[in-house]
Design a protein. Structure first.
Lengths: 139, 406
């Protein structure tokens, strides 16, 4: 019985952490991106280099170099730590299958870049001002 | 021995850390376009209790002749077109010998998610890891299962000069998605690769060319079960070899040469598990340019089951069980005495500890416990030149490998 309670406790804890991560980060896109919503699977595909399109248009992922929003995004939507995530991208780069996505220093830099580059899609902390971009609903 | 291993590990870690601090991805501009520069490298050390392995003298204090490096440049021309190339060099005992190779150089035009084209020298997709086998930083293991990814025969399937058609398509009814890659071209092995080296040491045949047309494809299904991938690959080859034997011209050519590979991979939370089966059927005419031509058939079947657990961001533990069996046939089977069982198989039980020191640097410590030392007509890690007194049936190996990438 104790074992089941412990497993339940761990499961609920994980769900709570994931829900918190979702709440901390939002996904933004250039206003020209053709969709306003994205599934978790499609988002993961774009940010792991498996796909370069959303809603029938080309998209380019923009990363944060580090920070709370970056960690929250990886936890909520990718399921890897930063090292494993970047190793996955480097595998694509070194096997000739993709270019490394641009990594920017701050949430504000991501907003600025996404706002002015067609097809750009990124993620920022929910509290960051984000004029000039649209927020994608993730479901 | 312990002191040597500790010293080597400390040296490897220090070197890898220093390099990772000094080296970061570099970008520069050509006109308005950004050129990305990336690189990777590893330094390994192997000690075996018996048998010299992978053309190194591993059985005394061990060997550190296990180094490789790659340097890569790429440019995204527009949202559909990308160009790039990579130079690769390695030293693995008697193999590689630091001859730099053009690892790949290609133009990639992606029309739609379901349709793209790559042309040039392109990495061959065959199973889970053929195209990414050099990327030590991304793999759990210091040595991938040698039954399916023999490091001494890296050249054999790593790339082709030609073209690929590839794409990915979602399936209806939430059945996941399918990714495909179909290719055709030519393969050309380095003369310091495993097979030419074995011919040189075993029968004093000196090859000047080994390669030929290859074509094949890969189909992988990202199933509706989250993080479960299943796939299969096929490759056909028409290999020819040219060189000299005892001063006279020597040649080989394929009759039937094909590979089938089936694989599955699953990950959940901190776990990942994968399994692959590869069958390589090789039917070649040796001395094909002479009246004494003879048929050599190798039916090589390898498989493994493995996995890993990421304990925290610094440490991952992994293990695999790898099984290799080579069945020999052809004209000579009636002439030469049959090989003993241990000379046709390799069963390798492996445990690994992978330490991720930072975003750029990894160190792995790995134990191999092998039963069998295959040494028939086709190389499989154990070479006669480095084992002149013959082969012991069992080999234990300690592998330490430090790597960086940027």
């Amino acid at each position: 019985m104790k074992k089941y309670l412990f497993a339940l406790f761990i499961g609920l804890g994980s769900l709570l952490l994931a829900a918190q991560a979702h709440a901390q980060v939002i996904v933004i896109a250039n206003p020209g991106v053709k969709t306003s919503e994205v599934s978790k699977n499609d988002l993961k595909d774009v940010f792991t280099g498996s796909s370069t399109s959303l809603g029938g248009g080309s998209v380019v992922p923009i990363l944060l170099k580090a920070g709370a929003a970056h960690e929250a995004f990886l936890q909520a939507y990718i399921g890897k730590n930063d090292t494993a995530y970047r190793a996955g991208w480097r595998s694509l780069v070194f096997s000739g299958q993709a270019s490394m996505p641009k990594s920017l220093d701050s949430d504000a830099a991501v907003v600025e870049f996404v706002a002015h580059n067609a097809g750009a899609i990124g993620y920022i902390s929910k509290a960051t001002p984000h004029e000039g971009v649209k927020v994608l609903a993730v479901h | 021995m312990r002191l040597v291993v500790r010293g080597l590990m400390a040296g490897a870690m220090l070197t890898a850390l220093t390099l990772s601090i000094c080296l970061h991805a570099q970008d520069f501009k050509v006109g308005s376009k950004t050129v990305q520069v990336h690189g990777f490298g590893t330094q390994g050390f192997i000690h075996t209790n018996d048998n010299n392995w992978l053309t190194m003298n591993t059985s005394n204090i061990g060997s550190g002749a296990f180094t490789d490096a790659g340097l890569n440049m790429g440019m995204q021309i527009n949202s559909k077109l990308r160009i790039g190339g990579q130079v690769y060099s390695r030293k693995l005992g008697a193999l590689g010998d630091w001859h730099p190779q053009l690892d790949w150089a290609l133009a990639d035009y992606k029309v739609k998610p379901w349709l793209g084209f790559r042309g040039g020298k392109v990495k061959t997709i065959l199973g889970l890891y053929t195209d990414t086998q050099d990327m030590d930083f991304a793999n759990t293991f210091a040595l991938l299962p040698q039954s399916v990814y023999p490091i001494d025969l890296r050249d054999a399937m790593i790339a082709h000069v030609g073209g690929d058609i590839y794409g990915k398509q979602k399936l209806p009814h939430k059945l996941g998605s399918i990714a495909y890659d179909a290719y055709g071209g030519r393969r050309s092995d380095s003369m310091s690769s495993g097979y030419p080296t074995e011919l040189k040491s075993a029968i004093a045949a000196y090859l000047t060319f080994y390669g030929g047309p290859v074509y094949g494809g890969d189909l992988r299904w990202n199933t509706p079960v989250k993080n479960l991938k299943l796939g299969m690959s096929r490759q056909n080859e028409q290999i020819s070899a040219a060189g000299t034997y005892q001063g006279a011209p020597y040649a080989e050519r394929s009759r039937h040469d094909w590979t089938n590979q089936y694989y599955g991979q699953y990950s959940a939370n901190r776990w990942h598990a994968e399994s692959e089966y590869r069958r390589y059927y090789r039917d070649q005419i040796a001395s094909s340019n002479t009246p004494g031509a003879f048929d050599v058939i190798q039916d090589i079947r390898g498989w493994y089951v493995g996995g890993g657990y990421t304990v925290n961001k610094w440490f991952e533990a992994g293990s695999y069980f790898s099984h290799y069996r080579d069945t020999f046939g052809g004209t000579l089977v009636h002439v030469i005495p049959p090989y003993k069982d241990a000379a046709t198989k390799n069963v390798d039980k492996v445990v690994t500890a992978k330490f991720t020191l930072n975003r750029f640097t990894t160190v792995k410590v790995e134990g191999h416990f092998m039963d069998g030392a295959p040494n028939e007509f086709y190389p499989a890690g154990f070479y006669a030149a480095e084992n002149p007194k013959g082969f012991a049936d069992n080999t234990n190996a300690l592998v330490v490998r430090a790597g960086f990438s940027f």
